[in-house]
Design a protein around this ligand. Structure first.
Ligand code: ADE
Length: 228
């Protein structure tokens, strides 16, 4: 998979790609990530990429021209499955979307800043808009890093133990059940007997029941929806 990230702050977003699982997946060539500094496509030598909104109102808006130049250059080099715009005014990211995107070959992620981008960018280029939650960040860079992490860990070969992504929270619309490790007793707190029993069908049933209980308690909304 190849991911092209268009941003006004490349330095802000690079760090998560330089550590741990994501770094290893890049080293193993399972994924390529390229950062494009929007200022390189600026309108003038002062790096102009934004302007005031028509109609008045606080906050600068990213202009269409630099973004068009950057995306058009990428389009001339390869075909893209999706051009994603990170913005709070979109559908919220969930595991289903991450699963779908993890099988894409090439994607572009555009991160917004200030008041966002000129609507015509969204109309002309964007195939998918994603929010990472109902709150507003200073820019889309951290949101893009979250999206990339959620996608990359699902690419086959990225996680050592293939099953571990499949048993994550949300893969079956349930939160994950509790997990325990040694010691089996600590400060009078005991690991549930069943987990020490070696009876794997029963353990699976217990885990499922715990997952359902936890979901009912904390995220009952997950049980009532099949939405994307
Ligand atoms: N940019 C600013 N806030 C955001 C959010 N919640 N999700 C995605 N992009 C954003």
């Amino acid at each position: 998979m190849r991911i092209d990230i268009i941003t006004v702050s490349p330095e802000l977003i690079k760090s998560p790609f330089e550590h741990s699982i994501i770094k290893r997946s890049i080293d193993k060539k399972l994924v390529e990530v390229h950062f494009h500094d929007l200022r390189k496509y600026a309108l003038n030598k002062y790096g102009k990429i934004d302007d005031y909104q028509f109609g008045g109102g606080a906050g600068m808006v990213l202009m269409i021209e630099p973004i068009d130049k950057c995306i058009s250059q990428l389009f001339s080099q390869r075909k893209y499955d999706e051009v994603i715009y990170m913005t709070p005014d979109a559908k919220t990211l969930n595991q289903k979307t991450a699963n779908k995107l993890s099988s894409a070959k090439n994607i572009i992620i555009l991160t917004g800043h200030y008041k966002g981008v000129d609507q015509r960018v969204r109309d002309k280029f964007i195939t998918k808009e994603i929010s990472i939650g109902d709150y507003v960040l200073s820019g889309g860079e951290l949101a893009a890093a979250v999206l990339c992490d959620a996608i990359i860990r699902l690419i086959p070969g990225v996680l050592g133990d293939e099953t571990s992504a499949l048993t994550d929270s949300f893969q079956d619309d349930l939160l994950a059940p509790p997990v325990y490790t040694r010691p089996s007793e600590y400060d009078n707190m005991k690991v549930p007997e069943i987990l020490l029993s070696g009876n794997f069908p029963k353990i699976e049933q217990w885990r499922h029941d715990e997952a359902v209980n936890r979901t009912k308690k904390i995220r009952p909304d997950l049980l009532n929806t099949n939405e994307d």
